[in-house]
Design a protein around this ligand. Structure first.
Ligand SMILES: [Zn+2]
Length: 130
């Protein structure tokens, strides 16, 4: 996989994504850092990984979706295989995150995120190629 950390186009896109995510979550943009996603690539380019760190230390990690600049996938633990940092919920607005945090929420990993390469072999939530 090619990495071009100095590519100014990618740097500008990282800033755009960070601003977009901060706006969705209603947080201070300084809480949001954007970098390359070491685990996922698209067409030979690394994806984008965003971390939102609250002042008291809680960190949320998201990946950008190649298809939509204003939808982010929250990363979390897979209930099927225990893999960490797999996409578990799509967040397009703060309410999406709020629904996920509700203790009564359905914790099923949506089948459309089953492509993620971090799932362990045999995981019921892993659907490579779908
Ligand atoms: Zn899994």
């Amino acid at each position: 996989m090619h990495t071009h950390p100095g590519d100014p186009r990618r740097a500008a896109h990282r800033r755009r994504l960070a601003r977009s995510l901060a706006a969705i979550l209603g947080v201070d943009p300084v809480w949001v850092t954007a970098g390359d996603d070491r685990h996922r690539g698209y067409g030979g380019w690394p994806g984008y990984l965003l971390a939102v760190t609250e002042p008291e230390g809680t960190t949320w990690r998201f990946i950008a979706t190649p298809a939509a600049a204003d939808v982010f996938l929250l990363l979390g633990d897979c209930p099927g295989c225990g893999a960490t940092e797999v996409p578990i919920v799509a967040v397009a607005e703060l309410a999406d995150l709020g629904r996920h945090l509700d203790p009564r929420a359905d914790t099923t990993v949506p089948a459309e995120f089953g492509w993620d390469p971090r799932h362990r072999p045999g995981c019921r939530n892993h659907h490579p190629g779908s």
